[in-house]
Structures are given as structure tokens and as C-alpha cells.
Design a protein around this ligand. Sequence first.
Ligand code: DHB
Length: 310
Amino acid sequence: MHKRLKIKFLGSEIDSPIVLPAGVMDMSFSSLQDAIINGAGIVTSKSLTVQPRAGHEGPVVAEFEGGMLNAMGLCNPGIDDGLKEIEQFKTNFAAPVIVSIFATNVHDFMQLAKKVDHSSAEFLELNLSCPNVFDEFGIPLAASPQQVFEIIKAVKEMTSKPVIAKLSPNVHAIIPIAESAQKAGADALCLINTVGPGMLIDIRMRKPILKNKFGGMSGPCIKPIALKLIYEVHSKIGLPIIGTGGVQSGEDVIEMWMAGASLVGVGTAVHYNGMNIFTKIKQEIIQFLEDQNYHLLMDVPRLPSQVREK
Ligand code: DHB
């Protein structure tokens, strides 16, 4: 633990700004534990659904120079078994947990939220933006300000836990969506979910690499998109933000912080480097603070906001 990296987030004091985001590892007790031991301040579960889901057939991951595509298809053990893993984690660790949930309608979101409310997790995240289940469920909910409003409003009635809305970058204008989330009572936002989806082709086999053909794009190539959206939303909407998208170094964390993120998710870099990337990132943040004469991460100034528009 390093006091200089402590962050206040939604009334909790968090030991490190680094978040294990949803869906990066399996959500077993041991992978959540590994993330904390290696320096994450908060861990997020896989997105849990009402029933268990096997997910898409493999290959579900395709790598390229700029990052990777994934089309897991929301594989998860279902809310009941998922929450059992969380309880096991919480008997051994004090670190805060975000439970991510995914559904396609208000009723299922309410049912999931009620179960999370009875768990030991600190925060509830709504995955409104999975890009990979279009055939099954259609356009992600995060594309519609109205649906975002209805779901968050209904979920807030089912839980006293702070609600984080994970939004999609794949929209023409994110501000109306973030405003809807705020009006409905969201306590924080997570920006951004994967970009696209995109496609990669195996030219010798003459077919897409992913069995699902398309997958959400993550990794260093999406960092500029994440920074732009975080900056825009932070300037215009007063909610705390978990910034995610292509972070792989301490300097990337500082960039996210300057754009307006309070906590920073590291996902794809864990896929490439393993959980000990968190230790490296923490050391690099400390190095930046030393070099630039800041005592705390929280002392690092944000960029000046864009002018608030009416
Ligand atoms: C999946 C879900 C996501 O929210 C995402 O960004 C990428 C992949 C999935 O389970 O397929």
C-alpha cells in the first residue's frame, strides 16, 4: 500500500487508483485476490446475468499491433454463483468490489440489482454497453438516453449501493447519455467500454479470426478516444469517473487523471502482461509524482475544463 496513491471515491477511501475492470479475468476468488495482492485498489466482477452464460464459441480473442478484439459473449457463472465468489473474496479481503451486471430489460436489471444489494460488494456497475451481443439482443442500451434513464432509475430503487453506469464510446454524442444517467441518479460513470466492434481477417484461411466475426476493440489504440470522452464528460457532468481504455503505464494513469478520471481501469494490459503490471504502473505513478514534485496523486491538477455549454 502507498499512501500517496490513496483516492476518495464515492465516500470510500481506496488504497490505489487502479481498478481491475469487468471481464478481464475469470471472476474466481483467486483472480480477484491476485489483482489486489498485485496492487489494484478495486476489483470488478465479470458482468453477471440472471442465468449463467457459456459465451461465444472460440476464438474469442484476436490480437493486433494496436490492441485486441474480444467477443467473449458475456460468459459468466450467473448472478447466484458469481455472488458466491464475491462473498468468498470478501471474507478474506477488505478491498472494495464492484459487481458488474448485464441485462437487456428493466425487469432483469432490477432483479440483478436486488441480489447485489444483499451482497457484501460495495458498488454496482451496469454494463449498458456490451458491443458483442447484437445478434441476440440488438443495439446496446447505452445508445439510448431514454433507456439509460429508465434502467438506472429502476435500479436505484432496488439498491442503496452506489451505482456506476458503464457507457459506450460508440455513440455520436455522449453528453446526452451521461446527462440521462446523472438525472436518473447514477453515482458515477465508467468510461469507456470497448470500441467498435471491429473485425480482423485470417487471410490464409480467408475468414474472420473471431468465430463471432466481430469483437469489441481495446488496448493502446483506444486510449485517445477514452481520454477525449472522459475529458468531455468530466467538463460537463459532475459525476466521478472510472477511466478505462488502453492504459498500460503510470503515465497513462496520469493522463486519465488529468482528463478527469478518479480511478483508472487496466484491462487489456493485464491480458498481455499478467497482474504484476499493476505493481509496475504504481511504481511509475510514484516516479511521476517524485519528478514533478507532487506529494499525492490527488494533488495533480486536472486539465482546465471545457466551457460548460447550456
Ligand atoms: C464483452 C462485453 C463487453 O462489455 C465488452 O466491452 C467486450 C466484450 C463480451 O462479453 O463479449
